[in-house]
Design a protein around this ligand. Structure first.
Ligand code: ATP
Ligand code: MG
Length: 274
């Protein structure tokens, strides 16, 4: 990418290190470079434990890198990234609040009058296909329905950047595809910059404009960056049938496979050392 091109999220040589309990320092990510343009959908794929969530936390301003810079819309990020909405890997709904109140809460905290927050929460619940589920508590919803509420909860605040950490991870394969199509519909209507972490290369290719691969840690880096030129709007079920999809999958997997094997070998060694 041309250096002058505007970016929504840019990591320049970002290094992230953690101090372990015994005083040692573990460098999880070393000199990672990544740029997401406004409105671009970028998927990050990499072996378990390589540093994908760490990179999202850096982009969210929750974690300060030990080296390098983070820029949001081309300005240094001084603290929390207020332009970003974060959809966590685990459910982050309040169990004591209804689906409607879970969606409305972000606006209420920001000072929107309750009646207005509730009106907009109803609209968002309808947008994610849950118009009739507003009065249910999270434990009365399926895993997929909870993810829909989570999506509405983040999108109601209209963030310019969406950070998603394996948001559909715990769902079954079919529900993941349905959720992927819902996400693509919402994104098509209002193109935000998306940084989407997933283990699933197929999901990454089906959703994203670019797929970025991370190496196994320690000192994980971004080792590959592929443009996905499959036409939009996309339907995930159909996109996965296309020959271009399979060609790209084969190409990226040839790089990713080695890193996945390294990632597993390293976790096994770490387990033996305990
Ligand atoms: N607070 C911490 N202290 C020490 N080490 C940490 C801390 N947070 C993460 N790590 C380590 O940093 C590495 C990257 O962790 P991270 O959670 O970013 O991985 P990930 O790629 O998201 O993995 P997964 O795919 O399993 O979710 C791991 O080896 C992890 O053990
Ligand atoms: Mg993670």
């Amino acid at each position: 990418m041309n250096e002058k091109a505007p970016t929504a999220v840019a990591l320049d040589d970002a290094t992230v290190a953690f101090r372990l309990g015994d005083g040692r320092v573990y460098t999880a990510v070393e000199k990672a470079n990544l740029a997401v343009a406004p409105g671009e959908f970028v998927a990050i794929v990499g072996p378990t434990g390589c540093g994908k969530s760490t990179l999202l936390n850096v982009a969210a301003g929750l974690l300060k890198p030990a080296g390098g810079n983070v820029r949001i819309f081309d300005r240094a990020l001084p603290g929390l990234n207020r332009d970003a909405g974060y959809l966590f890997q685990a459910d982050a709904l309040f169990p004591w609040k209804t689906a409607l109140d879970n969606v409305a809460i972000g606006l209420e905290i920001a000072g929107t009058p309750r009646s207005e927050a509730v009106r907009r929460a109803r609209e968002w619940l309808a947008s994610v296909g849950l118009a009739h589920f507003g009065s249910r508590y999270p434990h009365m919803l399926s895993g997929g329905q909870r993810k829909r509420v989570g999506l509405a909860q983040v999108l109601i605040r209209n963030p310019k950047i969406l950070l998603m950490d394996e948001p559909f991870g715990p769902l079954d394969a079919q529900t993941r595809q349905v959720m992927g199509n819902l996400l693509l519909d919402l994104w098509n209507a209002d193109r935000k910059a998306v940084l989407f972490v997933t283990h699933d290369l197929e999901e990454a290719i089906a959703l994203a404009d670019r797929v970025v691969i991370m190496s196994a840690g320690p000192g994980a880096r971004i080792i590959g960056d592929w443009k996905v030129t499959l036409s939009r709007p996309r339907d995930i079920f159909e996109t996965r049938m296309k020959p271009e999809f399979h060609d790209l999958h084969k190409e990226i997997w040839s790089v990713l496979k080695g890193e996945v094997m390294k990632g597993y070998a390293q976790s096994a060694q770490a387990a033996e050392a305990v």
